[in-house]
Design a protein around this ligand. Sequence first.
Ligand code: SF4
Length: 361
Amino acid sequence: MFKPFEDLADRQLAGGTLDRADARMILSAPDPDVLALVAAGGRVRRAHFGDQVKVNYLVNLKSGLCPEDCGYCSQRLGSTAEILKYSWLKDDEAVRQADAGIRGGASRVCLVASGRGPSNRDVETVASVVGALKDAHPGVEVCACLGLLKDGQAERLREAGVDAYNHNLNTAESRYSEICSTHDYADRVDTVAKAKSAGLSPCSGLIVGMGESDEDLIDAVFALRDLASDSIPINFLMPFDGTPLAGTWELSPLRALRILALARFACPATEVRMAGGREMHLRSLQPLALHLANSLFLGDYLTSEGQAAKADLEMIEDAGFRVLGAQDPALAPPNVPASTTPAASLAVRQRGAGTTVAPNA
Ligand code: SF4
């Protein structure tokens, strides 16, 4: 047991507020102490969320061709990333896509569209999709992510049945102009405020690994705490070729765990999601991250493929967690593997010693 982290967990469980010195200690935890950090953070996570993992599923309603220039984004103005580009999905196609995620165990569907922000006509398009989705799956939560909102649009989305609105702060205010020139940090804060005042649950998080310092990260996490975001997705930069951040690989798996621990200790009772890029940055440490994060996206992301959804569900079960809503008949995910399901078949070795086939090394 590493006492400083255990003391921190005790303090946060008693309602304490993380300060900058605590945050620096978390981000600078020496490699041999990261397991103790995760164990202490895991106590905080389990106190608020038990063994449950919220599974979310992304549906990209409209992909690519965005006029904004967010440097991390494969859909940005001038991106040459070879991603899928298409305009609004029809209602039945959007529901069909969402249905796959719900059958896989998702209790929340995130409906996303590229662009600076929706027109009122776009909002009506999304309202129609939400109506069809809620008719098919009355128990599912719907989060919309459509960019910057204008007056009245959040209220219309709420009226149409949208439960939450995602708009990430992405990084520290002091760095925002380095990652985007077509809108600013204040625009983002304004949209989160609009969503909140319309009664939508605010979902706002970060993209890490974009050149930020520890102090920047602390600023960004504390800003999310001040914003009282109900859920905080932590995305790990996926540096697409054809974007300004191509080739940016700054995160190690241990660094990714420290960042998730910072979010968990700063916002003990908030949903923390290990979001896009977890596979390539946490790599073999993904199951450890479940002791800090209580939420993930199932399967694929907006423009990139994630690991197989089956592997996500097996990882949750293998690590001793349960999919939120798995016991709920309204959401019952038939694809969630039973504990008796063998994860892999046993294959007799046919290579290496005793054979003429190259060894597995
Ligand atoms: S506004 Fe959204 S879709 Fe457009 S470039 Fe920025 S992050 Fe990408």
